[in-house]
Design a protein around this ligand. Structure first.
Ligand SMILES: [Zn+2]
Length: 282
């Protein structure tokens, strides 16, 4: 759904008094997910609820995190820790000071099993005024038990590259180029450097970004214009959508503790293959 549809959906839920205690907003971009969550909080707290008047105290203070009953949780490296979940649990049971709800907006891409189990407990027994809004690029990153406990709302996919990811994305496209030029000494050196400096979660995010770049290039070649096209990486370095899609299937290996360096090397060689084949048949 797009941002407007998501907001209409939540408005209806609030009107019918059917707002869920746990919502997962996935897809979209970091910015869109966050804006959707902030609007949801405003819809819940505005004096004209479920409308957003834009003028009242809650409407004005929620977006800048100054409303005491709406908390924004931003874990380090977007990985929610068990300590953060414990803090949420403690604060969740404090009655709202001035609002009608106590709302937690959690921006996380990952969580380990202990954090997930602890979060699940909050989801199972929330206080009547408690609301969790979890923002994640892909809800498949979470345990099925977490996903099934929440109302899942998916925003249309969008290319999202955080400033931290840009550096690795540049390195990965560089790696693919080195493979396609069969510049093997540089290639293995670069693969080693990337895998040393980037956690596997970040590498997985990069491959998600690569697929979206390819998708946009495919849409463009079909004459469908999309806003927000990432021109900087819109290049011929990675040039076959189907190969990329099959490569993406392999990203699951990252979850099974495959050495990230070997993963990167294999993927980069695979992506560079179509170019190599074209060159061979010329
Ligand atoms: Zn308002």
């Amino acid at each position: 759904m797009n941002t407007q549809q998501l907001s209409d959906f939540l408005k209806k839920a609030i009107l019918k008094n059917r707002m869920c205690h746990a919502i997962i907003i996935h897809g979209g971009s970091y910015e869109k997910r966050k804006n959707a969550a902030i609007d949801a909080a405003r819809m819940l707290e505005c004096k004209t609820s479920p409308e957003i008047c834009g003028e009242c105290y809650s409407c004005k203070t929620i977006p800048c995190s100054n409303f005491p009953d709406v908390h924004l949780v931003k874990p380090e490296k977007r990985n929610l820790s068990i300590d953060e979940v414990r803090t949420i649990k403690e604060q969740m049971h404090i009655k709202p000071y001035i609002g009608k709800h106590r709302i937690f907006i959690i921006e996380t891409d990952w969580m380990q099993q202990p954090a997930a189990n602890s979060l699940l407990k909050i989801m199972e027994e929330p206080p009547t005024y408690g609301i969790l809004i979890v923002l994640v690029p892909n809800n498949k990153n979470f345990l099925p038990t977490i996903v099934s406990r929440a109302l899942n709302l998916r925003l249309n996919p969008e290319l999202e590259i955080s400033p931290g990811d840009e550096v690795i994305l540049e390195q990965v496209t560089d790696l693919v180029e080195k493979a396609s030029r069969k510049n093997w000494i540089d290639f293995f050196q670069t693969a080693g450097e990337i895998s040393k400096s980037s956690p596997r979660e970040e590498i997985e995010n990069i491959f998600n970004a690569l697929v979206l770049i390819e998708r946009q290039s495919l849409l463009k070649s079909a004459g469908i214009n999309q806003s927000g096209l990432h021109k900087k990486y819109y290049s011929d370095k990675i040039n076959d959508y189907r190969v990329l899609a099959s490569v993406l299937d392999k990203r699951q290996y990252l979850r099974f503790n495959v050495n990230t360096r070997i993963f990167l090397e294999t993927i980069a060689i695979l992506i560079s293959l179509p170019k190599w084949r074209n060159w061979q048949t010329r």
